[in-house]
Design a protein around this ligand. Structure first.
Ligand code: AHR
Length: 340
């Protein structure tokens, strides 16, 4: 059976399963509805014949980075004539797993997703593999025992981002600092790796000390809330540097620092990760000192990979997105060419 007939057969099977699933759903009043079914458009109707289809499960909309990432993927899908089944998981792994299963039922050609956390994906990835649908990971990695459960992983090197943030801070602070750390979502690849990279680099600088560390969940509101508690804690007065795993948390923390009567960027030096427009604005205003870039515009790389997979061309196992480090001094000029 060639690929097209196999796809058609899979879709027919998927439509049959979908019909069965709908019937079962009607029977069971206690059963939860399909993941984000209303919001995401992952309803069980088969996809349009002849249009290449991609199911994409996004984590949510927790940060400016994430919003830019979603826009990039949606725009690229439209530009290349793909039918995109988009599902917003609202930060929940269970919603992502349900969305992935809905994509299988729908019989999409390729599944892509940005996993909210690193672990717990093996069973659903095995189901997708059995259905014969290739998987592309974007932005965040997963921990699985079988590497063949996905084709490629496209995204930044988070460990290196953590190292870069540390190198900047060590230099800026002359090798001596009392650091507060705002971590990303617990269990997520960027939170784990950015912490690891930073700690790896400061290990040989014993006077750089992390004296407070907690998750701010990659959001502005939580970043502000956690920074406020840091500053009110017994160690609060010693903090003279902040390392935030993303710009949004740093921007929230800036508000908390100002509310505490301190000058962000001066009394407390701040380095964060992402390089979103509002971080450049904060740098130009002297409130943020440095941002380590993590490019969210993954749409073109993702669809290059998808097109190669569908054309049965070889695809690299790991595609690393390039990035830079930006400082206050050039922020006003840099902002003119920023794309997100
Ligand atoms: O996975 C990338 C991270 O997730 C970004 O740094 C952060 O802003 C986002 O929410």
């Amino acid at each position: 059976m060639n690929w097209n007939s196999r796809r058609r057969a899979l879709r027919l099977m998927a439509a049959a399963i979908a019909g069965l699933a709908t019937a079962c759903e009607k029977k069971s009043e206690t059963q939860a509805p399909a993941p984000d079914a209303g919001k995401s458009g992952t309803s069980a109707a088969p996809t349009t014949e002849n249009k290449r289809s991609v199911g994409f499960s996004q984590i949510g909309a927790e940060s400016d980075w994430r919003k830019a990432n979603t826009e990039s993927i949606q725009a690229e899908a439209a530009a290349r004539g793909f039918e995109l089944e988009f599902a917003d998981a609202q930060q929940k792994q269970e919603n992502q797993i349900k969305a992935l299963r809905a994509f299988v039922v729908k019989g999409v050609d390729v599944i892509a997703f940005s996993p909210v956390v690193e672990t717990g994906w093996e069973p659903v990835l095995k189901e997708i593999k059995q259905a014969g649908i290739p998987v592309v990971l974007t932005d965040r990695a997963v921990e699985v025992s079988d590497p063949d459960l996905y084709v490629t992983f496209i995204g930044a090197d988070f460990v290196e981002e953590g190292r870069r943030a540390a190198r900047w801070l060590i230099k800026e602070m002359g090798g001596k600092a009392m650091v507060a750390e705002l971590q990303g979502t617990p269990g997520s690849a960027p939170a784990i790796d950015r912490k690891r990279g930073f700690e790896e680099e400061i290990k040989s600088h014993p006077d750089i000390k992390i004296i407070k560390s907690q998750s701010g969940e990659f959001t502005r509101s939580k970043g502000r809330e956690v920074m406020e508690t840091f500053l009110k804690s017994p160690e609060g007065k010693q903090i003279n540097a902040l390392y935030a795993h993303n710009d949004d948390m740093a921007l929230g923390a800036i508000q908390a620092i100002e509310e505490a009567g301190l000058k962000p960027g001066v009394d407390i030096k701040i380095v964060s990760i992402d390089g979103v427009r509002s971080a450049f604005e904060a740098m130009a205003a002297g409130k943020l000192n440095c941002t380590v870039e993590c490019n969210p515009l993954l749409g073109p790389q993702l669809f290059d990979a998808i097109e190669a997979i569908l054309a049965k061309k070889p695809v690299e196992r790991r595609i690393v997105t390039p990035s830079g480090v930006f400082e206050q001094a050039t922020a006003a000029e840099d902002i003119k060419t920023r794309k997100y």
